[in-house]
Design a protein around this ligand. Structure first.
Ligand code: NAP
Length: 246
């Protein structure tokens, strides 16, 4: 088996995903750049290659069965296995009023469906398609990019400042966390470690480029979880400072 480790990052054409791809690439991983738009994907691959990363493009819309099946086939042809899967692609869904707020009493149900389809069902779809390839790795890692706004403990604590009510996005990431725990339990007797990561508040397209952290800083926890040693944690939720309560 080739020594070079293989990673796939979903939504890697920009933002935090791009920086996760960069960080893994500069650590010697060969990186599949999962992205749904051909122009954005190829431009990210080109940029990564210029930065010295061994990158290849993986057409991937996490909401589409055929796209995900074909992505797994492409990774198999390109690399024969997968060592790291980072489920980073995500959307917030539109606000119901000013700013980022999503008022639960005024939510369009189609927004909830679309956000869950991408942030939760998309992760399950991609993970299950990639699992046969991950099982061929000696130290497989799955990282789900979540958010601290998924923490029910923090959301329920009036003394913690956690931003506006986001009734589609926050629960979608709580759902993703719950799914992460189920994968970790199911795979507990394998060498696959499955964890969730919060990048912090990062200035990307997602936040209208507001937020104190750079995409590179936002990528750090996901990179750490993607490169955990054997015997490392599984079924947990981390930010830079350590474990986040569920
Ligand atoms: P971003 O710059 O908007 O990037 C999101 C990425 O996801 C883009 O590459 C986008 O592709 C991709 N994507 C969306 N839907 C997709 C689909 N159906 N199939 C494939 N790719 C899809 O956002 P970001 O800030 O880097 O966010 C990355 C992750 O971090 C998300 O899961 C987000 O929830 C999480 N997060 C972000 C923050 C923050 O402060 N930024 C905080 C906590 C958590 P296109 O370019 O084609 O749209």
């Amino acid at each position: 088996m080739s020594e070079t480790k293989i990673a796939l990052v979903t939504g890697a054409n920009k933002g935090i995903g791009y920086e996760i791809a960069t960080g893994l690439g500069t650590r010697g991983y060969r990186v599949g750049v999962g992205a749904r738009d051909e122009v954005r994907r190829e431009s990210a691959v080109e940029k990564l290659r210029t930065a010295g990363v061994d990158a290849f493009g993986v057409p991937l819309d996490v909401t589409a069965d055929l796209s995900v099946t074909e992505a797994a086939e492409l990774v198999e042809r390109q690399a024969g296995r997968l060592d790291v899967l980072v489920n980073n692609a995500g959307i917030s869904g539109p606000p119901t009023g000013q700013g980022w707020a999503q008022d639960p009493t005024a939510l369009d149900l189609d927004v909830v469906r679309t956000v869950v389809e991408t942030n939760v069902i998309g992760v399950i779809r991609v993970t299950n398609a990639m699992l046969p390839l991950l099982r061929r790795s000696t130290s497989p890692r799955i990282v789900n990019v979540s958010s601290s706004v998924a923490s029910l403990t923090r959301q329920a604590d009036p003394d913690i400042e956690i931003g506006p009510v986001m009734a589609a996005y926050s629960p979608s990431k709580s759902f993703l966390n719950a799914v992460t725990v189920q994968y970790a339990r199911q795979l507990a007797d394998t060498n696959i470690l499955v964890n969730a990561a919060c990048p912090g508040l990062v200035a990307t397209d997602f936040t209208g480029f507001q937020g104190p952290r750079t995409p590179e800083q936002g990528a750090a926890t996901a990179i750490r979880l993607a490169t955990l040693p054997d015997g490392g944690p599984t079924g947990s939720f981390f930010e830079d400072d350590g474990v986040i309560p569920w």
